[in-house]
Design a protein around this ligand. Structure first.
Ligand code: PNS
Length: 159
């Protein structure tokens, strides 16, 4: 088993739920590369560079974390950096269908790369980036959902 795993996502923004999944992955893998997926077809609050910078700051206390961004197929990026595991988090059954289909598609594209799923701590089970964006958009308190650096960055962003 490779000691390097790839944890990809949109991370717009990076939440305590993401942090929890990353911390669990670091108990299993020596190094985890958190990679921000660039999707030019979607509108994001933060640019890929901003998201990477925020993840770097929010994970500075953890050993074994690398941060990058990529465009294209995830399995190609994993092969490029020498990772043979993909990390995903599943919070509830409604996530399962999408994650299951993605894991199967990735496995068919690249059978040697495994998908490893972690279930976040129960306090993060309803945390999602979209929920954070919605509460932030309407001026609500998001401090229980995101690390301090992300909170400050969102406070500086215009809606
Ligand atoms: O945080 P998200 O938006 O749920 O992350 C989804 C992501 C970025 C991991 C997924 O869309 C992805 O891997 N995109 C790259 C294209 C790809 O490889 N798709 C998987 C094969 S269907």
């Amino acid at each position: 088993m490779s000691k390097l795993a790839l944890y990809a996502g949109s991370f717009d923004p990076f939440t305590f739920g993401h942090l929890d999944v990353l911390e669990q992955a670091l108990q299993v893998f020596e190094r985890v590369c958190v990679t921000v997926a660039v999707n030019s077809g979607k509108t994001f609050v933060f640019t890929p560079q901003e998201r990477c910078a925020l993840i770097r700051e929010a994970t500075a206390h953890l050993k074994g974390v690398e941060v990058s961004f990529f465009e294209g197929l995830l399995v190609n990026h994993a092969a490029q950096i020498g990772a043979n595991a993909l990390i995903r988090g599943i919070r509830q059954m409604s996530d399962f269908d999408y994650e299951f289909r993605m894991a199967i598609a990735n496995r068919r594209l690249s059978p040697q790369i495994a998908t490893v799923v972690f279930i976040p701590n129960p306090i993060h089970l309803v945390t999602s980036s979209s929920l954070v964006r919605e509460i932030w958009h309407w001026g609500g308190d998001i401090s229980m959902y995101v690390p301090q650096v992300v909170l400050e960055a969102l406070q500086k962003k215009s809606k």
